[in-house]
Design a protein around this ligand. Structure first.
Ligand SMILES: [Zn+2]
Length: 337
Protein backbone atom coordinates (compact mmCIF):
# COMPACT_ATOMS: atom_id res chain seq x y z
CA UNK A 1 0.00 0.00 0.00
CA UNK A 2 2.92 2.33 0.73
CA UNK A 3 3.82 2.25 -2.96
CA UNK A 4 0.23 2.97 -4.04
CA UNK A 5 -0.01 5.90 -1.61
CA UNK A 6 3.44 7.30 -2.51
CA UNK A 7 2.41 7.30 -6.17
CA UNK A 8 -0.89 8.97 -5.24
CA UNK A 9 0.97 11.69 -3.32
CA UNK A 10 3.22 12.27 -6.30
CA UNK A 11 0.23 12.43 -8.64
CA UNK A 12 -1.92 14.50 -6.27
CA UNK A 13 -4.84 12.08 -6.12
CA UNK A 14 -6.61 9.87 -3.56
CA UNK A 15 -7.27 6.13 -3.58
CA UNK A 16 -10.54 4.61 -2.40
CA UNK A 17 -10.35 1.72 0.06
CA UNK A 18 -13.44 -0.43 -0.32
CA UNK A 19 -14.58 -3.05 2.19
CA UNK A 20 -15.40 -6.60 1.15
CA UNK A 21 -16.98 -9.69 2.67
CA UNK A 22 -17.70 -11.87 -0.34
CA UNK A 23 -17.00 -12.68 -3.98
CA UNK A 24 -19.47 -10.28 -5.56
CA UNK A 25 -18.03 -7.27 -3.72
CA UNK A 26 -14.49 -8.17 -4.79
CA UNK A 27 -15.68 -8.63 -8.38
CA UNK A 28 -17.48 -5.27 -8.31
CA UNK A 29 -14.32 -3.46 -7.16
CA UNK A 30 -12.02 -5.21 -9.63
CA UNK A 31 -14.39 -4.55 -12.54
CA UNK A 32 -14.61 -0.88 -11.56
CA UNK A 33 -10.81 -0.73 -11.33
CA UNK A 34 -10.45 -2.23 -14.79
CA UNK A 35 -13.08 0.08 -16.30
CA UNK A 36 -11.42 3.18 -14.84
CA UNK A 37 -7.83 1.85 -14.95
CA UNK A 38 -7.34 2.47 -11.25
CA UNK A 39 -4.98 1.12 -8.60
CA UNK A 40 -7.13 -0.25 -5.81
CA UNK A 41 -7.22 -0.94 -2.08
CA UNK A 42 -9.47 -3.81 -1.02
CA UNK A 43 -9.95 -3.99 2.73
CA UNK A 44 -11.38 -6.48 5.17
CA UNK A 45 -12.43 -5.81 8.74
CA UNK A 46 -12.17 -8.43 11.47
CA UNK A 47 -15.87 -9.09 10.94
CA UNK A 48 -15.26 -9.68 7.23
CA UNK A 49 -12.40 -12.06 7.96
CA UNK A 50 -14.55 -14.11 10.29
CA UNK A 51 -17.51 -14.04 7.86
CA UNK A 52 -15.29 -15.35 5.04
CA UNK A 53 -13.26 -17.64 7.33
CA UNK A 54 -10.01 -15.98 6.11
CA UNK A 55 -9.26 -18.69 3.57
CA UNK A 56 -12.16 -17.83 1.28
CA UNK A 57 -11.11 -14.20 1.38
CA UNK A 58 -7.46 -15.02 0.72
CA UNK A 59 -8.18 -17.24 -2.27
CA UNK A 60 -10.78 -14.86 -3.72
CA UNK A 61 -8.14 -12.12 -3.58
CA UNK A 62 -5.60 -14.40 -5.25
CA UNK A 63 -8.19 -14.98 -7.98
CA UNK A 64 -8.59 -11.21 -8.31
CA UNK A 65 -4.86 -10.73 -8.90
CA UNK A 66 -4.85 -13.60 -11.45
CA UNK A 67 -7.82 -12.20 -13.36
CA UNK A 68 -6.78 -8.52 -13.16
CA UNK A 69 -2.96 -8.64 -13.37
CA UNK A 70 -2.79 -5.09 -14.74
CA UNK A 71 -4.34 -3.58 -11.59
CA UNK A 72 -2.04 -2.74 -8.63
CA UNK A 73 -4.06 -4.33 -5.82
CA UNK A 74 -3.64 -3.91 -2.06
CA UNK A 75 -5.21 -6.23 0.51
CA UNK A 76 -5.56 -4.22 3.72
CA UNK A 77 -6.65 -5.20 7.23
CA UNK A 78 -9.19 -2.59 8.33
CA UNK A 79 -9.20 -1.70 12.07
CA UNK A 80 -6.91 -4.34 13.53
CA UNK A 81 -7.81 -4.29 17.24
CA UNK A 82 -4.54 -5.81 18.50
CA UNK A 83 -1.01 -6.65 17.36
CA UNK A 84 -2.14 -10.31 17.20
CA UNK A 85 -4.88 -9.49 14.67
CA UNK A 86 -2.39 -7.58 12.54
CA UNK A 87 0.15 -10.38 12.77
CA UNK A 88 -2.38 -12.96 11.61
CA UNK A 89 -3.19 -10.72 8.62
CA UNK A 90 0.49 -10.30 7.76
CA UNK A 91 1.05 -14.06 8.06
CA UNK A 92 -1.88 -14.68 5.73
CA UNK A 93 -0.58 -12.39 2.99
CA UNK A 94 -2.23 -9.01 3.56
CA UNK A 95 0.05 -6.33 2.08
CA UNK A 96 -1.11 -3.66 4.52
CA UNK A 97 -2.56 -3.54 8.03
CA UNK A 98 -4.24 -0.97 10.20
CA UNK A 99 -3.32 -1.12 13.87
CA UNK A 100 -6.10 0.84 15.50
CA UNK A 101 -4.60 1.51 18.91
CA UNK A 102 -6.85 4.53 19.41
CA UNK A 103 -9.15 1.99 21.07
CA UNK A 104 -8.34 -0.79 23.50
CA UNK A 105 -8.44 -4.40 22.30
CA UNK A 106 -12.20 -4.55 22.94
CA UNK A 107 -12.56 -2.15 19.99
CA UNK A 108 -14.72 0.20 22.06
CA UNK A 109 -12.82 1.87 24.91
CA UNK A 110 -10.67 4.88 23.94
CA UNK A 111 -7.01 4.08 24.74
CA UNK A 112 -4.21 6.26 26.12
CA UNK A 113 -1.61 7.85 23.85
CA UNK A 114 1.11 5.63 25.37
CA UNK A 115 -0.86 2.43 24.75
CA UNK A 116 -1.51 3.49 21.16
CA UNK A 117 2.18 4.24 20.52
CA UNK A 118 3.30 0.93 22.05
CA UNK A 119 0.98 -1.39 20.10
CA UNK A 120 1.38 0.53 16.84
CA UNK A 121 5.15 0.61 17.10
CA UNK A 122 5.18 -3.13 17.69
CA UNK A 123 3.13 -3.72 14.54
CA UNK A 124 5.33 -1.35 12.50
CA UNK A 125 8.38 -3.44 13.48
CA UNK A 126 6.79 -6.74 12.41
CA UNK A 127 5.12 -5.36 9.30
CA UNK A 128 8.01 -3.35 7.86
CA UNK A 129 10.34 -6.33 8.30
CA UNK A 130 8.06 -8.11 5.82
CA UNK A 131 7.53 -5.14 3.53
CA UNK A 132 3.97 -4.63 4.75
CA UNK A 133 2.48 -1.13 5.18
CA UNK A 134 1.00 0.14 8.47
CA UNK A 135 -1.84 2.57 9.03
CA UNK A 136 -2.35 3.94 12.56
CA UNK A 137 -5.14 6.00 14.06
CA UNK A 138 -5.00 8.91 16.45
CA UNK A 139 -8.21 10.37 17.85
CA UNK A 140 -11.36 8.21 17.65
CA UNK A 141 -14.06 8.15 15.01
CA UNK A 142 -17.70 8.20 16.03
CA UNK A 143 -20.17 5.40 15.44
CA UNK A 144 -19.69 1.64 15.26
CA UNK A 145 -18.84 -0.55 12.27
CA UNK A 146 -18.82 -4.35 12.48
CA UNK A 147 -18.86 -4.06 16.26
CA UNK A 148 -15.80 -1.79 16.21
CA UNK A 149 -15.93 1.85 17.27
CA UNK A 150 -16.07 4.29 20.16
CA UNK A 151 -19.74 5.04 19.45
CA UNK A 152 -21.19 8.49 20.01
CA UNK A 153 -20.90 11.36 17.58
CA UNK A 154 -17.79 12.18 15.60
CA UNK A 155 -16.84 15.20 17.68
CA UNK A 156 -16.12 13.40 20.98
CA UNK A 157 -12.48 12.53 20.15
CA UNK A 158 -11.27 14.81 17.33
CA UNK A 159 -7.55 14.38 16.57
CA UNK A 160 -5.16 16.83 18.24
CA UNK A 161 -2.66 17.89 15.51
CA UNK A 162 0.20 18.16 17.99
CA UNK A 163 -0.46 14.59 19.22
CA UNK A 164 -0.67 13.38 15.63
CA UNK A 165 2.80 14.76 14.98
CA UNK A 166 4.27 13.07 18.09
CA UNK A 167 2.47 9.81 17.23
CA UNK A 168 3.92 9.56 13.72
CA UNK A 169 7.44 10.36 14.95
CA UNK A 170 7.18 7.74 17.71
CA UNK A 171 5.73 4.92 15.61
CA UNK A 172 6.94 5.30 12.03
CA UNK A 173 3.49 4.56 10.53
CA UNK A 174 3.10 4.98 6.78
CA UNK A 175 -0.45 6.27 6.90
CA UNK A 176 -2.48 7.99 9.57
CA UNK A 177 -6.23 7.83 10.13
CA UNK A 178 -7.52 10.96 11.79
CA UNK A 179 -10.81 11.87 13.43
CA UNK A 180 -12.30 15.08 12.06
CA UNK A 181 -15.95 14.61 12.96
CA UNK A 182 -16.83 11.67 10.72
CA UNK A 183 -18.44 8.46 11.93
CA UNK A 184 -18.72 4.88 10.73
CA UNK A 185 -22.04 3.59 9.42
CA UNK A 186 -24.92 5.23 7.55
CA UNK A 187 -25.87 7.83 10.17
CA UNK A 188 -22.96 10.26 10.09
CA UNK A 189 -24.63 13.68 10.13
CA UNK A 190 -28.22 14.80 10.65
CA UNK A 191 -27.81 17.61 8.14
CA UNK A 192 -25.44 18.50 5.32
CA UNK A 193 -22.16 18.87 7.26
CA UNK A 194 -20.54 22.30 7.62
CA UNK A 195 -17.27 23.39 9.28
CA UNK A 196 -18.86 23.07 12.71
CA UNK A 197 -19.24 19.29 12.46
CA UNK A 198 -16.71 18.35 9.76
CA UNK A 199 -13.33 19.69 10.88
CA UNK A 200 -11.47 20.13 7.61
CA UNK A 201 -9.36 22.84 9.33
CA UNK A 202 -7.97 20.16 11.68
CA UNK A 203 -7.07 17.99 8.70
CA UNK A 204 -5.30 20.90 7.00
CA UNK A 205 -3.32 21.65 10.17
CA UNK A 206 -2.27 17.98 10.52
CA UNK A 207 -1.10 17.96 6.90
CA UNK A 208 0.88 21.16 7.55
CA UNK A 209 2.68 19.45 10.44
CA UNK A 210 3.08 16.07 8.69
CA UNK A 211 3.47 16.83 4.96
CA UNK A 212 5.04 13.41 4.27
CA UNK A 213 2.46 11.27 6.08
CA UNK A 214 -0.36 9.83 4.01
CA UNK A 215 -3.62 10.83 5.68
CA UNK A 216 -6.64 8.51 5.74
CA UNK A 217 -10.27 9.57 5.91
CA UNK A 218 -12.45 6.93 7.57
CA UNK A 219 -16.22 6.93 7.59
CA UNK A 220 -16.14 8.73 4.25
CA UNK A 221 -19.13 7.39 2.42
CA UNK A 222 -21.14 10.20 0.90
CA UNK A 223 -24.47 8.42 1.61
CA UNK A 224 -26.15 9.91 -1.48
CA UNK A 225 -29.87 10.55 -1.17
CA UNK A 226 -30.49 8.72 -4.42
CA UNK A 227 -29.12 5.44 -2.94
CA UNK A 228 -31.21 5.92 0.22
CA UNK A 229 -34.27 6.59 -1.94
CA UNK A 230 -33.95 3.30 -3.86
CA UNK A 231 -33.95 1.35 -0.60
CA UNK A 232 -36.95 3.22 0.81
CA UNK A 233 -38.84 3.09 -2.50
CA UNK A 234 -38.71 -0.71 -2.38
CA UNK A 235 -39.83 -1.24 1.20
CA UNK A 236 -36.77 -0.15 3.17
CA UNK A 237 -36.94 2.07 6.23
CA UNK A 238 -33.84 4.26 6.32
CA UNK A 239 -34.07 7.50 8.28
CA UNK A 240 -32.85 10.64 6.45
CA UNK A 241 -29.06 10.96 6.84
CA UNK A 242 -26.02 12.77 5.42
CA UNK A 243 -22.51 11.52 4.68
CA UNK A 244 -19.28 13.28 3.76
CA UNK A 245 -19.81 15.31 0.57
CA UNK A 246 -17.45 14.35 -2.27
CA UNK A 247 -16.25 17.96 -2.56
CA UNK A 248 -15.02 17.84 1.07
CA UNK A 249 -13.12 14.62 0.30
CA UNK A 250 -11.61 16.36 -2.72
CA UNK A 251 -10.52 19.23 -0.45
CA UNK A 252 -8.94 16.58 1.78
CA UNK A 253 -7.10 15.10 -1.20
CA UNK A 254 -5.65 18.56 -1.91
CA UNK A 255 -4.38 18.46 1.70
CA UNK A 256 -2.61 15.14 2.05
CA UNK A 257 -5.49 12.61 2.10
CA UNK A 258 -4.39 9.57 0.06
CA UNK A 259 -6.73 6.81 1.29
CA UNK A 260 -10.47 7.21 1.56
CA UNK A 261 -12.51 4.47 3.23
CA UNK A 262 -15.88 3.77 1.66
CA UNK A 263 -18.19 0.99 2.80
CA UNK A 264 -21.70 2.29 3.50
CA UNK A 265 -22.30 3.61 -0.05
CA UNK A 266 -21.61 0.14 -1.45
CA UNK A 267 -23.84 -1.52 1.14
CA UNK A 268 -26.64 0.87 0.22
CA UNK A 269 -26.20 0.21 -3.51
CA UNK A 270 -26.28 -3.56 -3.04
CA UNK A 271 -29.28 -3.57 -0.74
CA UNK A 272 -31.25 -1.18 -2.96
CA UNK A 273 -30.66 -3.35 -6.03
CA UNK A 274 -31.67 -6.54 -4.23
CA UNK A 275 -34.82 -4.94 -2.78
CA UNK A 276 -35.83 -3.71 -6.23
CA UNK A 277 -35.64 -7.18 -7.81
CA UNK A 278 -37.37 -8.94 -4.93
CA UNK A 279 -40.23 -6.45 -4.88
CA UNK A 280 -40.67 -6.12 -8.65
CA UNK A 281 -40.27 -9.83 -9.43
CA UNK A 282 -41.63 -11.81 -6.48
CA UNK A 283 -41.61 -14.96 -8.60
CA UNK A 284 -37.76 -14.94 -8.78
CA UNK A 285 -35.83 -17.38 -6.63
CA UNK A 286 -32.47 -17.65 -8.41
CA UNK A 287 -29.98 -15.72 -6.23
CA UNK A 288 -28.18 -14.60 -9.40
CA UNK A 289 -31.29 -12.65 -10.42
CA UNK A 290 -30.61 -10.18 -7.61
CA UNK A 291 -26.88 -10.70 -6.91
CA UNK A 292 -25.95 -9.66 -10.44
CA UNK A 293 -27.81 -6.31 -10.33
CA UNK A 294 -26.42 -5.84 -6.81
CA UNK A 295 -22.88 -6.37 -8.07
CA UNK A 296 -23.49 -3.98 -10.97
CA UNK A 297 -24.88 -1.32 -8.62
CA UNK A 298 -21.81 -1.53 -6.39
CA UNK A 299 -19.47 -1.42 -9.39
CA UNK A 300 -21.16 1.79 -10.52
CA UNK A 301 -20.63 3.47 -7.15
CA UNK A 302 -17.00 2.32 -6.91
CA UNK A 303 -16.17 3.48 -10.44
CA UNK A 304 -17.75 6.87 -9.71
CA UNK A 305 -15.67 7.28 -6.54
CA UNK A 306 -12.49 6.23 -8.39
CA UNK A 307 -13.08 9.02 -10.89
CA UNK A 308 -13.96 11.54 -8.17
CA UNK A 309 -10.88 10.67 -6.07
CA UNK A 310 -8.61 11.01 -9.12
CA UNK A 311 -7.13 7.49 -9.07
CA UNK A 312 -8.75 6.67 -12.46
CA UNK A 313 -6.18 6.28 -15.22
CA UNK A 314 -3.25 5.62 -12.86
CA UNK A 315 -3.18 1.78 -12.84
CA UNK A 316 -0.33 1.52 -15.28
CA UNK A 317 1.84 4.36 -13.94
CA UNK A 318 4.07 1.89 -12.11
CA UNK A 319 4.84 -1.77 -11.49
CA UNK A 320 4.09 -3.24 -8.07
CA UNK A 321 7.21 -3.70 -5.91
CA UNK A 322 7.51 -7.17 -4.33
CA UNK A 323 7.19 -7.24 -0.52
CA UNK A 324 10.83 -8.37 -0.19
CA UNK A 325 12.06 -5.26 -1.96
CA UNK A 326 9.73 -3.13 0.15
CA UNK A 327 11.21 -4.74 3.29
CA UNK A 328 14.71 -3.81 2.10
CA UNK A 329 13.56 -0.22 1.57
CA UNK A 330 12.12 -0.07 5.09
CA UNK A 331 15.33 -1.53 6.53
CA UNK A 332 17.20 1.44 5.08
CA UNK A 333 14.86 3.92 6.82
CA UNK A 334 15.25 5.04 10.40
CA UNK A 335 11.86 4.46 11.95
CA UNK A 336 10.71 5.81 15.28
CA UNK A 337 12.45 8.10 17.76
ZN1 LIG B 1 -12.78 3.02 9.89
Amino acid sequence: MRQVLDAAAKGGYGVGAFNVNNMEQIQAIMEAARETQSPVIVQASRGARSYSQDNFLYHLMMAATELYPEIPTVLHQDHGNSPATCKSAIDMGFTSVMMDGSLMEDGKTPASFEYNVNVTRQVVEWAHAKGVTVEGEIGCLGGVEDGHGAGGDGLSHVTDPEEAERFVKATGVDALAIAIGTSHGAYKFNRKPDAEVLKMDVLIEIHRRLPKTHLVMHGSSSVPKQLQDVINQYGGKLKPTWGVPVEEIQLGIKNGVRKINVDTDNRLAITGAIRKVLLEKPEEFDPRSYMKPARDAMKKVVAERMRQFGQAGHASDYKAIPLKEMAARYAGETVGV
